[in-house]
Design a protein around this ligand. Structure first.
Ligand code: ADP
Ligand code: MG
Length: 367
């Protein structure tokens, strides 16, 4: 995929002009913890943008809130096709912060909800493309030492240019050696078991766990571990993956919230996923089991995950299917008409991807 060239970011520090003079608000697209996101139009260039208007606490005396500093500092020079592009920051007063992003059509949460409402699953082609792009985005964060810490379908945007990760309000740079981080991160259903069980240290593996939850959710059509509490979530994880012990996860029993009295379940070997989506095949289930390893030290890295053979295999399979469909269509048409037609653009694109990714050996490196 082509790397997007970033235009130099225009930072309008303490611009006294109200943000409305520069951007016309067209409607609300999202309401988050820290503010409201609007679809807006740049009055000068007509570009459609997303404007994240940050709600600041009344006791502003403490200075700029840490989540604003985090999001701006991490995103301002971050240019990657799978990370939402921060275009501008407009500060129109002491408590009026507006982050201007490229606009995306919808988030993954809404997309999956609309499939659910129609009793459908996301087509396999999109599952493969979005899963790979999600892992590419996570890898781009991890090689910059950024842990996102709040990956969930609401923070994953979808548009004609593909998938982009957004909302870096909880992200942080993982400095070495790893310090104890706050436990109150990552929405419950996407939270890694080590955080739920009270580990004092954690690292980029928490994002890999969330990626496994998201890819599993796309495959199944429903959230993987929809617990109503921390303990409820950990039980749902164990029910699917089997109970860990000190052999599969050395140090487990020393974790603050681990109890030897937890029910013992054996692994389902991802049967519920296979039952709702047999096309995932063995490779798909293998990818999920690498991402959803309860023991963080045996969990896949983003590099290994994005190079998992599942992607090459699926791309090849989908190309084959498109080719068969094209042949069938061609046979139904008059021969001279068929010969004038070009192959479907999707097929060309998939064939190109096969050439790029085919038979790539998974690499074993730290990130
Ligand atoms: P919060 O920190 O408040 O959760 P987010 O950055 O996650 O803020 O934005 C909240 C919601 O707004 C997202 O879940 C998504 O639906 C929507 N949104 C965010 N950024 C964009 C964007 N660039 N384009 C379109 N919609 C967006
Ligand atoms: Mg969010």
């Amino acid at each position: 995929m082509a790397v997007v060239e970033a235009a130099p970011m225009d930072v309008e520090w303490m611009n006294t002009t109200p943000v409305e003079d520069k951007y016309e608000t067209l409607g609300v697209v999202g309401n988050g913890v820290y503010g409201t996101v609007y679809k807006a139009r740049d009055r000068e260039t007509n570009q459609i943008v997303a404007m994240k208007r940050l709600r600041l606490d009344d006791d502003f005396g403490d200075g700029i809130p840490s989540h604003v500093i985090r999001e701006v500092s991490l995103l301002r020079d971050f240019v990657h096709p799978n990370i939402v592009q921060l275009l501008n920051i407009q500060i129109s007063g002491l408590s009026d912060y507006n982050l201007i992003f490229e606009y995306m059509d919808m988030d993954l949460h809404r997309k999956l909800k609309s499939y659910r409402q129609n009793d459908e699953l996301m087509p396999m082609h999109d599952l493969v493309t979005y899963s790979r792009q999600l892992l590419d985005g996570i890898h781009a964060c991890h090689i910059r030492m950024i842990i996102h810490r709040d990956l969930k379908p609401q923070n994953v945007l979808i548009g004609p240019s593909g998938l982009k990760i957004c909302d870096f309000g909880l992200a942080r740079i993982c400095s070495l050696p790893v310090k104890p981080y706050t436990h109150d991160v990552v929405t419950l259903w996407y939270r890694a078991p080590e955080i739920l069980l009270g580990a004092q240290k954690y690292g980029p593996e928490v994002d890999i766990w969330s990626a496994g939850c998201i890819i599993g959710e796309i495959a199944k059509g429903h959230p993987m571990f929809a617990g109503d509490s921390e303990i409820g979530t950990i039980f749902k994880q164990i029910q699917l993956l089997g109970s860990p012990d000190d052999t599969t996860w050395p140090g487990l029993t020393q974790l603050e919230h681990w109890k030897d009295t937890f029910p013992k379940w054996s692994s389902t070997k991802f049967k519920p996923i296979y039952d709702s989506r047999p096309e995932m095949g063995e490779q798909g289930l293998n990818l999920l089991s690498n991402l959803l390893s309860m023991n963080p030290t045996t969990r896949s890295t983003s590099r290994r995950a994005k190079n998992h053979p599942f992607f090459a295999q699926q791309t090849q399979l989908l190309a084959q299917q498109s080719m068969e469909q094209a042949t069938q269509q061609g046979q139904q048409q008059a021969p001279e008409q068929a010969s004038q037609e070009r192959p479907p653009s999707e097929l060309v694109e998939v064939q190109h991807q096969v050439q790029q990714t085919g038979h790539q050996a998974p690499q074993q490196i730290a990130i």
